[in-house]
Design a protein around this ligand. Structure first.
Ligand code: FE2
Ligand code: FE2
Length: 211
């Protein structure tokens, strides 16, 4: 675990044969939010650290970008510890998750929705493609400028604890067919992202960026 910015803790595993990093993030704001659960195994590994960071405080929100084991696999592990937690996810994920046996509170979110709650001011970006071409979402806390970007800025390499300097306009304009299949999808996503002014991009895989 590494604290990479104010209120932002990164939990990671690095897989050498794939040269690939998988990250989750906790914002220990009031209320607290976790971006991505990790797989069941990862969730079990990081739960004690999260409990230590939060102490008596509850984990109120878990953000799930799309239904995939690294994003959503560990929901039940956290639900056992924090029964009242709310999963924020896309409409599609909200329909899918109960079918996998998840019984947690679920609030579907999309681009038109914002959630202002205590220290959090969350907005969402429709993220219309990933490996399964699902209708996912990304999340940004407007107060801190922290954006969780799931698979969008995926990079190979050992990104554990790394925070590289970059430029938001450059990163957004570099979104290509590999990052987002379909010109229409690319155009719409870039328009939405251009309206965001993140300070920190917390990536699901690779290297976090200060932008
Ligand atoms: Fe994914
Ligand atoms: Fe991912």
């Amino acid at each position: 675990m590494k604290k990479i910015a104010e209120h932002l803790y990164q939990f990671s595993i690095y897989i050498p044969p794939m040269d690939f990093t998988i990250h989750q993030y906790l914002m220990d704001t009031d209320p607290a939010i976790l971006f991505a659960t990790g797989t069941v195994q990862q969730a079990q590994a990081v739960l004690p650290e999260i409990k230590e960071i939060l102490g008596e405080r509850e984990l109120k929100y878990i953000f799930v970008s799309h239904v995939e084991s690294d994003e959503a696999g560990g929901i039940a592990v956290f639900q056992k510890e924090y029964p009242e937690m709310i999963v924020l996810c896309s409409d599609l994920a909200a329909r899918e998750l109960p079918g996998y046996g998840f019984t947690c509170h679920i609030t579907p979110v999309r681009e038109e929705i914002t959630i202002e709650d205590g220290e959090l001011d969350l907005c969402f970006i429709n993220y219309p493609a990933d490996v399964h071409l699902q209708n996912g979402v990304l999340c940004m806390d407007k107060k801190s400028g922290i954006m969780y970007s799931a698979d969008l800025f995926l990079q190979y390499g050992n990104g554990v604890g790394q925070l590289i300097q970059s430029n938001w306009e450059t990163e957004v304009s570099a979104i290509d067919e590999d990052r987002m299949p379909g010109l229409q999808n690319q155009k719409k996503l870039k328009e939405s992202l251009a309206l965001c002014k993140p300070k920190i991009v917390a990536v699901g895989h690779g290297f976090c960026m200060e932008v």
